[in-house]
Ligand binder design. Structure first.
Ligand SMILES: Nc1ncnc2c1ncn2[C@@H]1O[C@H](COP(=O)(O)OP(=O)(O)O)[C@@H](O)[C@H]1O
Ligand SMILES: [Mg+2]
Length: 293
């Protein structure tokens, strides 16, 4: 694997996304340079890197929304560039996407937003699409009456959930989430992380999550990949990150904010927090973390 370090033990994995030797430049601005990355079936991969390093560019170029100069992308076993049109459509239906500025269509209700991918790819009767939308709304923990609301009537957290419901509209195998918890308060972010983990377990999802939320990385991500110097510097476990000899990686994972996370393996019952119960004996973990020095 060129220019990339994979830390951790050698193991056979079912690779659902394989990115090899990707180069993306805008004029003279080289953003990604010979980048390699793997995502394994059933995992939540946290993808981190400094602001403006190319995390969104990589996601967009994987999804063929942005041109690249070089590289091979295999998704769910297929070379995404060389498949025929029918196979590409079939592949696209197995991918869900939540973009960074997660935009729902403002002129459509939540139900209609969730039905956008269904209308694009499937020819279903309205009654069935309504049923499916209701199901997705329940899956992401929104109240049934959210279906008729417009995005402007929703809180930030509800918008993220509705956008997630739309990403899950076609029961994808692999979902791409670009900073899904940015802009949420710590409790909202923790609940969203819990939801992602729960959906991964119940739907058998694989999750590619761009984030710079250290709490997400410590609490729900199975593996982490770090973007730096225009490529993936390291991919592996939190322990691999802590052991990796690079100033940015060290500062990020061993800096002051990271040290404030006392127990990265703690499993907290956020549903209990939601009901006003007391999940940790006092407060939800993120509140505890930010108060612990
Ligand atoms: N459409 C574009 N045209 C030109 N440059 C772009 C475009 N999109 C992103 N870039 C540049 O690519 C770099 C990485 O951007 P981005 O992937 O959005 O960063 P981030 O890691 O914060 O998501 C930035 O320097 C940005 O200016
Ligand atoms: Mg971005």
């Amino acid at each position: 694997m060129r220019n990339s370090t994979t830390a951790g033990t050698e193991k056979t994995h079912d690779t659902v996304l394989s990115v090899r030797d990707i180069c993306v430049a805008f004029g003279d601005n080289v953003v990604l340079d010979h980048l390699d990355l793997d995502v394994y079936r059933g995992e939540i991969l946290g993808f981190v890197g400094g602001s403006g390093t190319g995390k969104s560019v990589l996601m967009r170029s994987i999804l063929r929304l942005m041109p690249r100069q070089k590289g091979v992308i295999r998704i769910l076993g297929e070379d995404y560039d060389s498949v025929d049109e029918d196979t590409r459509i079939a592949l696209d239906m197995r991918l869900g996407v939540l973009f960074q500025h997660g935009a729902l269509f403002s002129s459509l209700t939540v139900r209609e937003n969730i039905q956008v991918p269904m209308r694009e790819y499937l020819d279903l009767p309205k009654s069935l699409m309504d049923e499916l939308a209701e199901l997705k709304i329940a899956m992401v923990g929104l109240a049934p009456d959210s279906a008729d609301k417009y995005p402007s009537e929703l809180s930030g957290g509800m918008i993220k959930r509705a956008a997630l419901a739309r990403a899950l509209a076609l029961d994808p195998d692999l979902v791409f989430l670009d900073e899904p918890t940015s802009g949420l308060d710590p409790i909202g972010a923790a609940e969203f992380d819990e939801l992602i983990a729960q959906l991964r377990d119940t739907m058998g999802l694989t999750v590619y999550m761009v984030t710079h939320d250290l709490d997400s990385l410590f609490s729900v991500c199975d593996r982490i990949a770090v973007l730096g110097q225009k490529r993936v510097l390291v991919q592996g476990s939190i322990d691999d990150m802590l052991a990796f000899d690079d100033p940015w990686v060290q500062a990020y994972f061993q800096g002051k904010r990271a040290r404030m996370i006392p127990d990265r393996n703690r499993k907290t019952n956020f549903a209990a927090a939601d009901n006003g119960a007391d999940p940790t004996g006092s407060k939800p973990a993120r509140v505890l973390r930010s108060e612990t020095s």
